[in-house]
Ligand binder design. Structure first.
Ligand SMILES: [Zn+2]
Ligand SMILES: [Zn+2]
Ligand SMILES: [Zn+2]
Length: 363
């Protein structure tokens, strides 16, 4: 929101940090800065800070004014996404890149690259996260290529990166992922990130049977581990594509993929289940500890109030207490401590370590 304001009072830190230039004075004289306590400050908004830089650079305040006025009418670019409106992408289309109207008006127009982008249709079954929002996948890399593009004056620097990488999810690592897109072999999937990082430039890349295959079910990426990447490179180096040596190396790699997946199921998945159960039991044991404190407190309270019946409750291991609550408290406290001790040093922890050791051999 752009609101008028008097003098220099109520200026936020972002504004006070602006260098003393004609753009700053123009902002002040045109009263484009919101007053104390009101609205979101346009100077502090990231997309507009780009417009502000562009205005400084071009020594043209209207660049900033136009961007500020346009974005103030548009839904702001947030981590929750936007479920309507016009979206922009690269000329010629780029499915992974969706830029919201606010970033179009605040980034692309002021910098003077709007002509490289076109309107695009996006389905609004759920809110769309703008590719330039800092929480979008690879937004930092994308923005840094955006900066280099401005510096070098070479739009392709941004476009090439965006076409290849935008929308590529980060590798799920050890976690199984549903609804992913996969590359590789049926016995050995790799996620798109790993494919782009270590497979795409290798001789066997074009012959991979699984390419951009969508899988609703849970699958794991087998190519994030340094060991598997090394074996993949060795397979590529085994011989010319299509030669018997190359085929044999590929068969070995696929077999390893099957084996490794079996070991994954028997170890990593088991460890996850055991850790979840441990966490549940730890919560139960801690809960007993809290209850124990409550009963012990009730006991002390009754004793202090002289409300005991004169009878002593207890036994040799739990001690003697003036009320039944005191005995219950001591009993719960002992159970809680015993259960916690068992959790930290128990058979299960040893079993988890054993499974981790098995997995580390094939990781
Ligand atoms: Zn401000
Ligand atoms: Zn945006
Ligand atoms: Zn991966």
């Amino acid at each position: 929101m752009l609101r008028g304001q008097a003098g220099g009072e109520g200026l936020c830190r972002s504004f006070r940090a602006l260098p003393e230039t004609e753009v700053r004075s123009a902002l002040l004289s045109q009263r484009l800065h919101p007053g104390r306590g009101g609205g979101s400050c346009s100077v502090a908004r990231m997309s507009l800070s780009v417009a502000l830089d562009a205005a400084h650079y071009q020594r043209d305040f209207s660049v900033y004014k136009t961007a500020a006025e346009a974005t103030s009418r548009l839904p702001s670019c947030t981590a929750n996404g936007i479920q309507s409106g016009t979206w922009w992408t690269l000329q010629g289309g780029c499915d992974g890149l969706s830029i919201c109207e606010a970033c179009h008006a605040g980034f692309l127009v002021p910098i003077g690259v709007a002509q490289y982008f076109e309107r695009t249709r996006r389905s609004f079954s759920s809110p769309i996260l703008c590719s330039l929002h800092i929480t979008a996948p690879r937004a930092l890399d994308l923005l840094s290529h955006f900066g280099q593009m401005i510096e070098k004056g070479l739009f392709s620097h941004f476009a090439d990166y965006a076409r290849l990488w935008s929308g590529v999810r980060a590798c799920p690592g050890l976690k199984a992922q549903g609804g992913g897109t996969w590359f590789g072999y049926h016995e050995l999937y790799m996620c798109k990130e790993c494919y782009l990082e270590c497979a795409v430039s290798q001789p066997l890349a074009d012959t991979l049977p699984v390419r951009d295959l969508y899988e609703e079910d849970l699958r794991i990426c087998q190519m994030w581990s340094p060991r598997m990447r090394r074996l993949w490179l060795e397979t590529n180096a085994a011989g010319a594509v299509g030669s018997p040596e190359s085929k044999a190396a590929e068969d070995r790699l696929r077999e390893l993929g099957t084996q490794r997946f079996q070991v994954y199921n028997a170890t990593v998945l088991q460890i996850e289940v055991m850790q979840q159960m441990q966490a549940m039991r730890r919560r139960a044991a801690l809960h007993k500890g809290v209850q124990s404190t409550v009963y012990a407190g009730a006991n002390s309270f009754a004793m202090a109030a002289g409300a005991s019946d004169g009878y002593m409750y207890g036994n040799s291991s739990l001690g003697w207490h003036g009320t039944r609550n005191g005995l219950i408290g001591a009993q719960l406290g002992m159970e809680s401590r015993a259960e916690l001790a068992q959790l930290s040093g128990g058979d299960e922890t040893a079993e988890i370590l054993r499974l981790q050791a098995i997995w580390s051999q094939v990781e």
